[in-house]
Design a protein around this ligand. Structure first.
Ligand SMILES: [Zn+2]
Length: 468
């Protein structure tokens, strides 16, 4: 009996330590999230007793502050609308906005226990900490004006060297100071944050990933030749190139070409065949490196997981995946991160929103820190992808995002949607300059071609960022 106990005790100790380690890890990863749950009774009670801190943008512009019982937002309606999905609202209509996701700071849960005791002793009300974001509210308000009127979609601007998010807009938007019944019943779902929650086919922006996989799998990838006759049949399914209209007997043919020109003109024929040469396993492996099928747990925001399907993969589906169609689903944030890998020498940074936290006594308790999400590409591969994305803007489908005198890189996409006449228009790209490390993704739903609809919006953002 005693012998048995002696054997069991070390095991129990080990299990106990393991449990403790798991608890600490779980709190570190999910702790902030725990405070933001509206069903959390303890957090709810605490929130009633504390005056919520203010939210400021990167320049110190106050986006939200509390006077008495009332939460007051910025005086300019355009600023309110352009930042509402990042900020969220007090009623929690927007899921995971800063107002709820960062309530840990805004309600002073970060402040030492002594502060709580002091406020009880002296009968003074407690104040939460102020949160300063990386977001530029002036740029965000401009994006509101540049985005095609009446269209749905999303725009994100991020520093690809640090991960700091400069703008995150979703359309349709709404005014948090005036949430009417018509906003709540709008079939366009204005509360929904399309930038990080919307799931879409990536369209030809996925060719960034197919291209990367080709470069990694085949050392001679850039020397290979294909012949595009405009009509590729895979598994009884016809894959055509953009501009093809068989009813009017118009067929886009790119003829003899290599990967460089295929990427620049966004040739579906070539990239569908490239996907088949890679095979499903290699293409999925590449997509997963970029973040597909991964459970994102970023510190400052909740991003829906993007998916690369794992079963029922026929040749037809693999070919369609190579051009970003098939059953692929991703968020605009995922598309942005794909381009950031090329921009930042192969390393994708974690997107961040928090610039600093300041306690009521003026002490800065948290300051910006960047972290790599993961290393995705070898620097040499990233450089090649970057060069091809540069060519796509200089003399390819992304030309309307160009800014004369600057190195703009990008990729367009026009994703077909069942039952809709127009495609979803995509542009993802970046400024390839040391002192302007900005990446942009633009998605306009049901709007037409990425080159004609999304690229011009990105071009305006690039010009603003470059001060042109
Ligand atoms: Zn082609």
């Amino acid at each position: 009996m005693r012998g048995n106990i002696r054997r069991v005790i070390p095991l129990m100790c080990a299990l106990f330590l393991l449990l403790g380690a798991w608890g600490a890890w779980n709190l570190a990863v999910n702790g902030r999230r725990w405070f933001s749950f509206s069903s959390n009774a303890y957090a709810r009670q605490m929130k009633r007793e504390v005056t919520e801190g203010a939210v400021l943008d990167t320049r110190g512009v106050v986006l939200a502050s509390t006077f008495g019982e009332e939460r007051v937002y910025h005086s300019d309606e355009a600023v309110r609308r352009a930042t509402v999905h990042v900020l969220g609202d007090r009623d929690g209509n927007v899921a995971n906005g800063v107002e709820s996701f960062m309530s840990f700071y805004l309600y002073g849960f970060d402040q030492p226990f002594g502060e709580e005791v002091k406020s009880v002793l002296y009968g003074t009300g407690r104040r939460g900490s102020d949160v300063r974001l990386t977001v530029d509210s002036a740029l965000s308000a401009n994006i509101l004006g540049w985005f095609p009127a009446g269209k749905k979609g999303a725009v994100i601007v991020m520093n690809y060297r640090t991960g700091a998010v400069l703008a995150e807009c979703s359309f349709p938007d709404f005014d948090p100071a005036n949430v009417t019944v018509s906003v709540k019943t709008d079939p366009g779902h204005p509360f929904f944050n399309r930038a990080v929650q919307g799931m879409y086919a990536p369209g030809s922006t996925f060719k960034i990933i197919t291209l990367s996989a080709m470069l990694e799998a085949f050392p001679d990838a850039l020397d290979r030749r294909w012949n595009c006759d405009g009509q590729l049949t895979v598994g009884g399914h016809l894959i055509t190139d953009a501009g093809t209209d068989l009813e009017r007997q118009v067929v886009t043919q790119h003829g003899d070409l290599g990967l460089e020109r295929a990427f620049r003109v966004s040739c579906n024929n070539t990239f569908a065949r490239a996907a088949l040469e890679l095979n499903d396993r290699r293409l999925r492996g590449e997509a997963e490196k970029f973040g597909y099928n991964y459970n994102f747990l970023f510190r400052d925001m909740v991003v829906e997981n993007s998916s690369y399907p794992s079963d029922n993969r026929t040749d037809r589906e693999v070919a369609m995946t190579g051009i970003g169609q098939s059953a692929l689903l991703c968020t605009p944030m995922q598309v942005l991160l794909s381009a950031c890998a090329a921009a930042n020498d192969g390393t994708v940074m974690e997107p961040r929103l928090l610039q600093s936290v300041t306690a009521p006594d003026g002490r800065e308790t948290v300051s910006f820190s960047s972290a790599a999400f993961r290393r995705v590409l070898e620097p040499a591969v990233a450089r090649t992808v970057r060069e091809l994305m540069y060519q796509a803007v200089v003399s390819g489908t992304g030309s309307r995002a160009a800014v004369p005198g600057h190195r703009i890189c990008g990729k367009t996409g026009s994703a077909e949607i069942d039952g809709r006449e127009n495609t979803n228009a995509w542009f993802v790209g970046f400024i390839d300059e040391e002192n302007a490390p900005w990446a942009v993704v633009v998605l306009v739903e049901d709007a037409g071609g990425g080159g004609s609809v999304a690229a011009p919006v990105a071009g305006q953002i690039f010009r603003y960022l470059l001060g042109e």
